[in-house]
Design a binder for this molecule. Sequence first.
Ligand SMILES: C[S@@+](CC[C@H](N)C(=O)[O-])C[C@H]1O[C@@H](n2cnc3c(N)ncnc32)[C@H](O)[C@@H]1O
Length: 304
Amino acid sequence: MSSPQEQGFRLLTEYTNGFMLSQVLFAACELGVFDLLSEALEPLGSAAVAVRLGTSSHGTQLLLDTCVSLKLLQVETSRGKALYQNTELSSTYLVRASPKYQGNMLLYLARTTYLCWGHLAQAVRDGKNRYQEAFGVPSDELFTAIYCSGALAKEYTALYPGCRVTVFDTPDVVRAAKEHFPFLEDDRIRFWEGDFFEDPLPEAELYILARVLHDWSDGRCARLLARIRRACKPGGAVLVIESLLDADGRGPLTTQLYSLNMLVQTEGRERTPAQYLALLGPAGFRDVQYRRTGGLYDAILGRT
Ligand SMILES: C[S@@+](CC[C@H](N)C(=O)[O-])C[C@H]1O[C@@H](n2cnc3c(N)ncnc32)[C@H](O)[C@@H]1O
């Protein structure tokens, strides 16, 4: 039985080492460990993995065994030799051929978000994001954002066969979407390019703002929502998909981390239900309701 002080120190060590866990996951994805093991006809030893990936034998061995401890790989021993294969977790989310593949998002986090987090203390000091400092260029959410919006549109049209969806995004994003994900557009899903703060918005019955408002200050959210309210057909609504903070802002932890993520990367924040109500009400939406889903993202609906 450990003392409270020892337990406290163990917790501190867990927090201290947290970034190492992410890096193991990011590195294994970037190197193609999970794809290789998925394509192999049988479980592979670490020497074979190292040869096929062109990596060092020592580093590969360490990475594979750490992935086993993280339940990203499983190992079996045959004639004294350790053989590795994917777990269900990695097969589902970390293999490129899987429909639930998350690797692009992980690489985005590794190459973009992680660098901004290295400047968290400075962001807390002055309340400004670190995008420019980390990259010398303005924010770029390109590929994951396109893919997520397109995937949402696909699911929506599958659920509601009669409906048509317009995916509205900036010209750069729409161009890239058409080039890299042409299969997202079909006879019921179209892309529309523009600046949602300035350009005319397509008329619609339902506007879905998924992970959009959290990028922006209250002032910009108010402007966007007022524009949407004006464009919305009578009887229409706005559906906001965001991760909701608890009423006192002190949880859930994941949403608090997302809010710090907004601090280091954008001008926005995650918000409480009351804060969304304070944005939607003055923009002209009434009967505002919210639903916590128990998942990462929640729903807020405002009607015209
Ligand atoms: C955090 S992403 C969310 C994308 C997607 N809805 C999702 O849930 O993954 C924010 C999106 O807003 C787009 N965006 C940012 N500023 C914009 C503007 N002024 N006009 C139109 N779209 C904009 C970005 O290009 C990006 O695709």
